[in-house]
Write a protein that binds this ligand. Structure first.
Ligand SMILES: [Zn+2]
Ligand SMILES: [Zn+2]
Length: 141
């Protein structure tokens, strides 16, 4: 385990209302102990390619996002394409600044589609892990 692996603190994101106040809800580390190797609160910065197919148009983007250090490319791809994660989450204000589309106006296209209310964006959007931008483990803030 790496020397910079995050240690559980009193204001740690691993402390959840449903768990104990002195232990990580996800890996059970006590305050002062390092988080577990699989703990989802320990993340690194990755690049994901988003592809949006709307009508006969295809848009692509890069998304800089924190993912658990324990998730490999396959588990990231599974999470975004085959799990319960919903692509409409991309429209949230805290996500958008981390996504760079290959052309202007894509958010407007996606928002209009979403606002039309016919469905979420899962049928238009697919995501693919590209690379680690910075593999340094850090805590999710
Ligand atoms: Zn933990
Ligand atoms: Zn969806």
């Amino acid at each position: 385990m790496n020397a910079v692996w995050p240690v559980m603190t009193h204001d740690d994101p691993g402390i959840r209302p449903a768990g104990r106040p002195d232990r990580c809800f996800y890996c059970n580390a006590h305050i002062g102990e390092p988080h577990g190797a699989e703990c989802v609160t320990v993340v690194r910065l990755v690049e994901i390619r988003i592809t949006a197919e709307v009508g006969d148009k295809t848009f692509t983007s890069t998304w800089r996002v924190l993912e658990p250090c324990s998730f490999d490319a396959d588990s990231i791809n599974f999470m975004y394409n085959e799990s319960t994660w919903c692509a409409s989450n991309l429209l949230r204000d805290h996500v958008k600044p981390n996504v760079t589309w290959d052309q202007p106006g894509v958010w407007e296209v996606l928002q209009a589609l979403y606002d039309s209310g016919e469905s979420c964006l899962c049928s238009e959007i697919s995501c693919e892990y590209v690379r680690d931008i910075d593999s340094t483990p850090r805590r999710r803030s």
